[in-house]
Design a protein around this ligand. Structure first.
Ligand SMILES: Cc1ncc(COP(=O)(O)O)c(C=O)c1O
Length: 272
């Protein structure tokens, strides 16, 4: 099911700048019991993104109404929201008065094996780097070609996620998730001021760690930090948290993640 600017539709204008230039943003949220989950947080990131790109923000109440229209009959699924600058302008130059397009789509819940969360995943190191792009860092912009290239690197269904490094070789994030490292019961997660998507789940985990008095530092990590860590995990809004049991052929301890963090997260997020 697809709503474009509030109307059921299947097509979008070929001049749309989202298609022409990736000129837009998106959000992917879980739907649970007829409601989009972490709505405030997703709308907040969309707001920041629209501000940075100079795209007029869709009205929050209207967007929520449209989201509810798609979600109300869904017990478990995915809501994808795309906001583009719309058509027009001359070449790259954005139109002075953009008429943004908003697409809302309800999608089936991805059926990842329950073992991923319970026993951990196997992950690989991607050869495709995450570019340094301070202007776009943190945003969930439509420019996702690096992730497309990285995800095309493997087809082994046993490998659930790939770790992406910046051009200097520092771990940044997964192809579709953020990364945390556990060292001596403390958390560390890469700084995203030059690249990567500032995930909703990442932020939730940072805040939850503070509540649980688990130290969590946001800084630059090296691959050596990862190899010597007690454990690693990936997170996003749909998967929650996946412990890593193997990275690039090296065994990791999926049990190293603080139990109370996992319990807190599963208590707070009913859909997990
Ligand atoms: C590249 C990338 N990084 C991080 C994330 C995690 O974001 P969130 O926690 O908001 O789902 C995603 C989500 O799909 C992603 O595609």
């Amino acid at each position: 099911l697809l709503l474009i600017n509030g109307e059921p539709a299947t097509t979008i204008d070929a001049t749309d700048r989202g298609l022409q230039y990736g000129d837009g943003l998106f959000e992917t949220c879980a739907i649970w019991n007829g409601r989009p989950q972490q709505w405030q947080q997703h709308f907040h990131r969309l707001t920041l993104g629209c501000k940075r790109l100079g795209i007029p923000l869709p009205d929050g109440t209207l967007l929520y109404q449209e989201a509810m229209q798609l979600c109300h009959a869904v017990s478990r699924g995915v809501l994808k929201i795309v906001v583009t600058r719309g058509g027009g302008g001359r070449g790259y130059r954005p139109p002075a008065q953009p008429a943004p397009n908003r697409l809302l789509q309800s999608l089936p819940w991805p059926d990842y094996p329950a073992s991923y969360r319970q026993r951990g995943i196997r992950a690989r190191l991607c050869a495709t780097p995450v570019g340094q792009s301070p202007a776009l860092a943190g945003l969930k912009s439509l420019n996702r070609l690096e992730q497309v290239l990285a995800r095309a690197e493997w087809s082994d269904p046993e490998i659930a996620e790939g770790l992406m490094l910046d051009p200097a070789g520092h771990p940044v994030e997964g192809t579709m998730s953020n990364l945390f490292v556990v060292i001596d019961g403390c958390l560390r997660t890469p700084d995203l001021s030059r690249g990567g998507v500032a995930g909703i789940m990442r932020q939730l985990i940072i805040e939850m760690a503070a509540t649980l008095a688990i130290e969590c530092r946001v800084d630059t990590l090296t691959l050596e930090d990862l190899w010597s860590a007690d454990g690693l995990f990936f997170c996003n809004s749909l998967i929650g948290l996946w412990p890593v049991r193997e990275l690039a052929g090296q065994a990791m301890d999926p049990e190293a993640i603080p139990r109370r963090l996992i319990e807190s997260l599963t208590n707070q997020l009913e859909y997990l």
